[in-house]
Design a binder for this molecule. Structure first.
Ligand code: GLU
Length: 480
């Protein structure tokens, strides 16, 4: 087998889509198994949707996931440049050749005329598609007819019997609908995706085109371009799209989880997201649903890929993430938590130390780093803002809470050593025995005073970490 060369080709049109990670993962699974090369190409020919910061976000999110590329705009490679906007001159001779051979033609139709044409076609219940008004006409002939612009686009001349059936590595024989006379060169001189993808995949030596199933209907156009240009056709693999539970496509507009940065913000671990995405497209490896990228790529086989749209079940991801969090060593977990918190918090050295100390209290009970951080926020604030959980403060620190806080304060002030065990015993003696309260009623007010909420890591451990002085001053601040 020739060395496989696979690529992912995202368009920098905003926050990277989770599909980019999913495609990269499957490309890379194959590449790493067979010792190939993985290429990142930036397809930035759609200037209307281009967003300047998007390219860096693509790099950052894919690197965060460990899905790294061997060639790309930022790392270079033998086929540079890897950014299509820097390759405009490359596409021109291919367009010239297609025009000269009669496989393509100029089209001057204005956007308004095309819209009107489509409207009429729809009104007459005919299939919409370009009506070839410009075919065979010179600029003068066409401009004389009206509804035209000075700068033409170039369209493919789809033959009467285009090749509509192609072989897909995942799906076998696939049949696609007849294409329209696709624009391949726009009026702004930029190629469209269809021309650029074929030219670049060829020039970059791509052996397998792995992409989402939404491109199936475009593949006949690409096959035609390969044939017309006398180029070898690569293998195609169309991955099933990730879908919402109602089977709709996951879109960034409707689902925050379509954005790759969302997973970072929510505190998912990259290894959990990799496992999740692999599981979606691939199903369990043998008995287990838990596997690493190395396990995945070691046995990678297109035949295992589900051709049916996998449902994006975030509960499954939470479960996997909780598993990976529990698997981390305590120090590693603490480091990840500190790094995660530093993304959004201004962490002082003191706060960092407290967070590290608190990490073991929440590791077992957190499914995400965000949950862990939320449970430990009481360690990071100078004092509790009771307005945040007003309901808890009112219930626990009102009339009935006051004697509890007072008795707790007295018992804790007298404590010779500030250790969780001793704190626990002193509180029990003073509140459960001394005031004859049920444990829930005894510890509730103290918990709210110290952590600001009714849900927290174990109370006496939390107080040990927070320290005597800070704990006592919180109790005093809670006396209302
Ligand atoms: N730029 C295309 C996209 O954004 C790439 C499709 C392909 O891989 O051919 O999805």
């Amino acid at each position: 087998m020739t060395t496989p060369r696979l690529r992912v080709a995202p368009s920098p049109t905003g926050d990277p889509h989770v599909g980019t990670a999913y495609m990269s993962l499957f490309n890379l699974g194959f590449v790493r198994r067979y010792g190939g090369r993985f290429i990142l190409r930036i397809e930035d020919t759609d200037r209307a949707r281009f967003r300047a910061d998007s390219e860096q976000q693509i790099y950052d999110t894919l690197r965060w996931l460990g899905l790294t590329w061997d060639e790309g705009p930022d790392v270079g490679g033998p086929y540079a440049p890897y950014r299509q906007s820097e390759r405009l001159e490359t596409y021109r001779p291919f367009v010239e050749q297609l025009l000269a051979d009669g496989h393509a033609y100029h089209c001057w139709c204005s956007a308004e005329r095309l819209a009107q044409m489509r409207e009429e076609q729809r009104a007459q219940k005919r299939p919409t598609g370009y009506d070839r008004l410009c075919l065979g006409k010179t600029a003068e002939e066409r401009l004389a007819l009206g509804g035209a612009t000075d700068t033409p686009v170039v369209r493919m001349l789809i033959p009467d019997d285009p090749p509509l059936i192609f072989t897909d590595v995942i799906r076998g024989e696939v049949s696609a609908p007849r294409p329209d006379d696709q624009v391949i060169l726009k009026a702004d001189g930029f190629p469209t995706y269809h021309l650029a993808v074929v030219v670049d995949d060829h020039l970059m030596g791509i052996t397998h085109v792995v992409r989402g199933e939404e491109w199936i209907s475009s593949t006949p156009k690409h096959v035609l371009l390969y044939q017309w240009l006398g180029l070898p056709v690569p293998a195609f693999a169309h991955m099933p799209l990730l879908r919402n539970a109602d089977k709709s496509k996951i879109s960034k507009r409707k689902n925050p989880a379509a954005r790759l940065t969302w997973f970072i913000e929510q505190g998912y671990l990259p290894e959990a997201l990799i496992n999740f995405l692999a599981l979606l497209g691939y199903g369990p490896q043998g008995e287990s649903e838990i596997f690493s990228f190395a396990d995945f790529s070691a046995s990678f086989d297109w035949a295992h890929v589900n051709a049916v749209g996998p449902v994006f079940d975030l509960q499954k991801l939470d479960w996997l993430n909780g598993h990976y969090i529990r698997e981390l060593g305590v120090d590693e977990f603490a480091e990840r938590l500190v790094d995660f918190a530093a993304r959004t918090e201004d962490l002082s050295p003191d706060a960092t130390a407290l967070l590290r100390a608190g990490a073991p209290l929440v590791q077992e009970r957190s499914q995400t780093l965000l949950q862990a951080l939320d449970l430990l926020r009481f360690l990071l604030v100078a004092e509790i803002d009771f307005a945040v959980d007003e309901a808890a403060a009112t219930k626990q620190l009102g009339e009935s809470g006051r004697p509890v806080i007072e008795a707790a304060t007295a018992a804790l002030q007298a404590l010779p050593e500030w250790r969780a065990g001793a704190i626990e015993e002193a509180l029990r003696a003073a509140l459960v025995e001394g005031l004859a309260l049920k444990p829930r009623n005894a510890f509730g007010p103290v918990r709210v005073a110290v952590t600001g909420g009714t849900v927290s890591p174990p109370l006496s451990e939390s107080m040990e970490i927070l320290g005597r002085e800070r704990s006592l001053s919180r109790l005093s601040a809670a006396r209302r």
